[in-house]
Design a protein around this ligand. Structure first.
Ligand SMILES: NC(=O)c1ccc[n+]([C@@H]2O[C@H](COP(=O)([O-])OP(=O)(O)OC[C@H]3O[C@@H](n4cnc5c(N)ncnc54)[C@H](O)[C@@H]3O)[C@@H](O)[C@H]2O)c1
Length: 338
């Protein structure tokens, strides 16, 4: 198969691309390497999968560790991207590129319109033009807004998002419906729940706590740590995406324009995470407590019965192990002597 992966220098895209290196598929990986967070971290991820040389815009690079892996630095908003991509006959697109982050979306809403809505329409339109009939795309638990029915089920109402990020991701879900209806493109939308792990995103809680500890900064914990998140380890998410790839046709036989939760189904209080960092990993965190931020939801918890039914999805990584892996990666990556 020829697979296009968007957002492959990002946290989830990198891990997914890495997991597919030894498969027989040809992978075209793409990212615009935006500076929402460290571009160096994104480039270092790419080095791990064989892109060590200078990365120039709109130029196809071949991986030094796999014959079947290519990378292009390009932007899904730009028409030139699609001129480059046109020559590949993709069997499937895995669309992970996005402007992520709930809080950033409150100050910078336009980036979400540009990178999540416009870029996604352009990509879906490209798929229509080149007759690529299969797309897996990333959505988020944030679409559930302040849903009080737990665990969150895919059939719960999502009409009341509370951040521009969530709203832009809901639009992607809506667009999949449109492109399915009008052009018979088949989609699977995956709603990820707070993903964490090595090579993670520096703007996310657990990474931020570890990072700020080593920078001797005070960490901010909201709502006295009483917020609940269904933290999901990166390897479990990657298994879920790969299983979606394998079972794509089977899912289509049973569901029209399916959307599937990928979460751990094991909700954790944020205070449990800070306790684990303090007591088990012996990081003496300096903590400052603040009121909940607007846009953040109180709790998330995934109902994963659909994922278990179609994808045999059974998250394995306990938070203690997952956090330890992230911590150990952090120490190694930043060459911290302890
Ligand atoms: N990490 C999580 O906890 C989480 C939770 C729910 C949903 N998601 C979704 O999963 C996907 C991947 O998230 P992530 O955590 O890896 O984020 P990330 O920011 O690490 O990765 C996204 C990548 O997309 C790239 N990108 C952004 N706009 C682009 C554009 N216009 N053209 C080309 N590339 C572009 C960025 O440079 C980045 O490397 C996103 O769609 C995100 O919304 C993530």
């Amino acid at each position: 198969m020829k697979i296009l992966i968007t957002g492959s220098a990002g946290f989830i895209g990198f891990h997914l691309t890495k997991s597919l290196i030894s498969s027989k598929n040809t992978i075209i990986a793409l990212d615009n390497l935006n500076n929402y967070y460290s571009v160096k971290l994104k480039k270092d991820r790419l080095k791990q999968i064989g892109f060590n040389k200078k990365i120039s815009k709109n130029k196809l690079l071949k991986s030094s560790i796999s014959q079947n892996l290519y990378f292009i630095k390009c932007d899904l908003k730009n028409d030139i991207t699609y001129k480059i991509l046109k020559k590949f006959k993709f069997n499937i697109i895995i669309h992970l590129a996005a402007q992520a982050g709930v809080q950033y979306s409150i100050k910078n809403p336009y980036s979400y319109v540009d990178n999540n809505i416009i870029a996604t329409i352009k990509l879906f339109d490209f798929a229509k033009t080149v007759q690529c009939k299969k797309i897996i795309y990333a959505s988020t638990s944030s679409v559930y807004g302040s849903n009080k029915n737990t665990p969150f089920n895919e059939s719960d109402k999502t009409a009341s998002p509370i951040s521009t990020y969530a709203s832009s991701k809901l639009m992607c879900e809506n667009l999949s419906n449109v492109y399915n209806h009008l052009y018979n493109i088949k989609f699977v939308g995956l709603r990820f729940f707070t993903v964490y792990g090595p090579w993670g995103r520096p703007d996310m809680a657990i990474y931020k706590f570890i990072d700020q500890y080593f920078k001797n900064k005070t960490i901010t914990v909201y709502e006295k740590g009483n917020m609940i998140r269904d933290f999901t380890y990166i390897d479990d998410i990657v298994n879920g995406i790969n299983s979606t790839l394998l079972n794509f046709d089977k899912i289509q036989k049973h569901e029209k324009n399916p959307i599937i939760n990928l979460g751990c189904n094991n909700p954790i209080l944020l205070s449990k995470i800070t306790n684990f960092l303090t007591k088990d990993l012996k990081l003496k965190l300096k903590i400052k407590y603040k009121k909940k931020l607007k846009g953040d939801v109180d709790s998330t918890l995934a109902d994963i019965s659909l994922a278990s039914k179609y994808l045999n999805f059974h998250p394995k990584t306990k938070y203690q192990q997952g956090i330890k892996n992230l911590y150990e990666w952090y120490i190694k990556y930043y060459k911290i002597k302890i």
